[in-house]
Ligand binder design. Structure first.
Ligand SMILES: CC(C)(COP(=O)(O)OP(=O)(O)OC[C@H]1O[C@@H](n2cnc3c(N)ncnc32)[C@H](O)[C@@H]1OP(=O)(O)O)[C@@H](O)C(=O)NCCC(=O)NCCSC(=O)C[C@H](O)C(=O)O
Ligand SMILES: [Mg+2]
Length: 292
């Protein structure tokens, strides 16, 4: 089982040269070089050129690199997509995806441009229509044309579009967040939680990381470097969980348990499904260790 950790993915405005420079050294699992909401209209064209140059220059090591383009219904989206395609990052993040057709359009363009299949598509889930049509959007990942790999929650836009409050604990959004995770799991899509805006409130941030991890999300999107380390910790399997997972795998490998579907380990029932979960936990832990 091969897993790419996506615990922490840091946005940086494409217009901020200093931030882009730091992208190669920060301990985030990934970075999103943003051309959309973090960049003012007057700075969009210059930011696009800077982001493309940055990605082409490489040097990101194990960090996954995504470019967030503007929507294809804006004045910049089409040129952003062509420019991002030429830079061939690990992923192109499409904002405000709310119907499958948007992903098909992007997939067709990448194919027509001959972009290597290693460049995948990530979709921002941040509108009411996306939430209501999340099953169809997730299932579209089964068509290789879409290259769909990751859902990125846009909780700020969700708050804007629905008028739901952004409050600690996120009670107004809980149903949407867990629905997105369930849909993603139908089609092998990873889920990144939305950002925590009050970046100086690290306790609040840690609580939201823990909540995202409990929902089953794979990681969280970030806005400030100070959020990276606590986020990595929150989305890494705890040592005790990894130890227990290794014990479960070892127990099922014992000759006396051969062919069994259920066993007892330390007074608890353990089924083969727990062994499958344990293998994933160990694979994730090993992938994190391998990153160094
Ligand atoms: C939020 C910020 C504007 C704060 O900036 P600032 O006050 O300058 O931060 P600091 O002085 O504390 O910075 C300290 C050093 O860290 C570097 N830094 C800061 N932020 C980043 C970053 N994101 N990436 C890389 N490096 C960063 C500074 O350069 C300083 O470095 P040094 O010079 O060496 O001391 C700012 O953090 C920021 O712009 N964050 C990103 C904002 C962003 O990208 N927003 C868009 C994505 S969020 C979104 O759109 C969500 C979604 O769509 C939704 O709907 O919810
Ligand atoms: Mg948004």
């Amino acid at each position: 089982m091969s897993i790419r950790p996506r615990r922490s993915v840091l946005y940086m405005p494409g217009s901020n040269a200093r931030a882009l420079e730091k992208a190669r050294t920060l301990p985030a699992d990934g970075v999103i070089l943003d051309l959309e909401d973090a960049v003012a209209p007057d700075a969009k064209v210059e930011a696009r050129a800077r982001v493309v140059e940055t990605v082409k220059a490489g040097g990101f090591g194990p960090r996954e690199v995504a470019i967030r383009i503007n929507g294809l219904d804006t004045a910049w989206g089409s040129d952003d997509l062509d420019a991002a395609a030429a830079a061939a990052p690990d992923a192109i993040l499409v904002p405000k995806v709310q119907e499958v057709e948007q992903l098909v359009t992007v997939g067709r363009r990448l194919k027509a441009l001959g972009v290597p299949e290693t460049t995948r598509v990530w979709a921002m889930i941040e509108t009411p229509l996306a939430i209501l049509d999340i099953k169809a959007i997730a299932l579209s990942a089964r068509d290789p044309l879409t290259r769909l790999q990751v859902f990125v929650l846009g909780t700020n836009d969700l708050a804007k579009e629905t008028r739901a409050a952004l409050v600690p604990g996120r009670a107004p959004m809980v149903a949407w967040l867990s629905l997105v995770v369930a849909a993603a799991r139908t089609s092998g899509i990873d889920v990144l939680d939305g950002v925590w805006n009050q970046f100086q409130d690290l306790d609040g941030f840690k609580a939201e990381c823990a909540q995202g991890a409990q929902f089953g999300m794979d990681g969280k999107t970030l806005i400030h470097p100070s959020q990276i380390e606590p986020c990595n910790a929150a989305f890494s399997p705890p040592a005790a969980e990894v130890e227990r997972a290794r014990a479960i795998i070892a127990a099922f490998a014992l000759p006396e348990n051969a062919g069994k579907g259920v066993i007892t380990l330390d007074g608890r029932m353990v089924e083969l499904l727990h062994a499958e979960m344990a293998k994933r936990t160990v694979a994730l832990a090993d992938a994190i260790t391998a990153k160094g």
